[in-house]
Design a protein around this ligand. Structure first.
Ligand code: GLN
Length: 285
């Protein structure tokens, strides 16, 4: 039987060929899959690469590799994804948390005091990534997280439960529909769907496997952002903040939606890739 090193060498080529990943990325991924199957870390793999893998672990590895060769995202194969230092359970019912969304969390934290109560709302919570990060880092805050997908809410609630968070509440709502008019929120955040429905990216890579309702929006990707921004003033306390993730080319449009809705101090922040990613505005006092 082939050694772990030989198997990985061969499969790295298969994966790079099937997925278009670079040789280095493909190598990293097959190592992660093997490490997962063997329940060990990558360092062990490298040190024991001349040994054959145990039969059952090898079969498990082959099953996972097959899924990856068909394009399924690593996060769905593993059933988890790390976000803001927190390990989150994910299923195909939720968008896979992205590193660029950590910018939204970072900025929101600036407006949520660590030493006193504050009401926070996360619209379209998906896996719960944003709401859970905020609730974890701001234990005095009361965070409400809503989603229109019951399946997503189940994932988010399970994540919150596993982390033992008690300052987080879930609600089933299509954007504002079920959200009570009172009490008002101090901070509202959202990473809504913002990709144009005809964008070719939706048919590439991980996105093909993610819920389209979490990714795409009509009106060049702006319809949900428009709905959120238009109603937010009714739900925000005086000087409350609205923070939104959006597409790299939507900064101008989102800033003008925010200004038109009466927000002041409107600004956009760039993500680590240098593109406009998160815009925010303050409700007038
Ligand atoms: N940033 C994600 C992507 O382009 C999309 C997330 C979203 O639509 N909210 O892959």
């Amino acid at each position: 039987m082939s050694s772990i090193g030989e198997i990985l060498q061969q499969d790295q080529l298969r994966l790079a060929h099937a997925s278009g990943l670079s040789a280095l990325d493909a190598r990293f991924e097959v190592q992660l899959l093997m490490a997962q199957a063997l329940q060990i870390n990558r360092a062990w793999l490298i040190a024991h690469s001349d040994e054959p893998p145990p039969d059952t672990a090898y079969m498990q590895y082959q099953g996972m590799l097959e899924r990856r060769l068909h394009g399924e995202p690593m996060a769905y194969i593993f059933g988890e994804k790390e976000f803001y230092g927190i390990r989150l359970h994910v299923t195909p019912d939720v968008l896979i948390p992205r590193p660029e969304t950590e910018l939204l969390v970072e900025l929101a934290l600036e407006y949520i005091p660590a030493d006193r109560a504050c009401r926070v709302l996360d619209l379209g919570t998906g896996s719960g990534a944003i709401a859970i990060s905020l609730a974890t880092l701001r234990s005095q805050a009361q965070v409400a997280a809503v989603d229109m997908s019951l399946a997503a809410l189940q994932v988010a609630e399970a994540n919150a439960q596993r982390l033992g968070l008690s300052n987080l509440q879930f609600m089933h709502s299509d954007w504002w529909q079920q959200i009570p008019a009172m009490p008002l929120f101090d901070v509202i955040v959202s990473n809504p769907p913002y990709i144009a429905v005809d964008d070719a990216h939706l048919r590439q890579g991980d996105l093909r496997f993610e819920p389209i309702s979490a990714l795409a929006a009509s009106d060049a990707g702006l319809s949900d952002l428009r709905c959120i921004i238009g109603q937010a003033p009714r739900y925000l306390a005086a000087t409350g903040m609205l923070l939104l993730e959006h597409g790299y080319d939507q900064g101008v449009a989102v800033r003008s939606l925010l200004s038109d809705a009466g927000f002041d101090a409107v600004v956009t922040h760039r993500d680590l890739a240098g593109v406009e990613r998160v815009s925010l505005g303050r409700q007038r006092g």
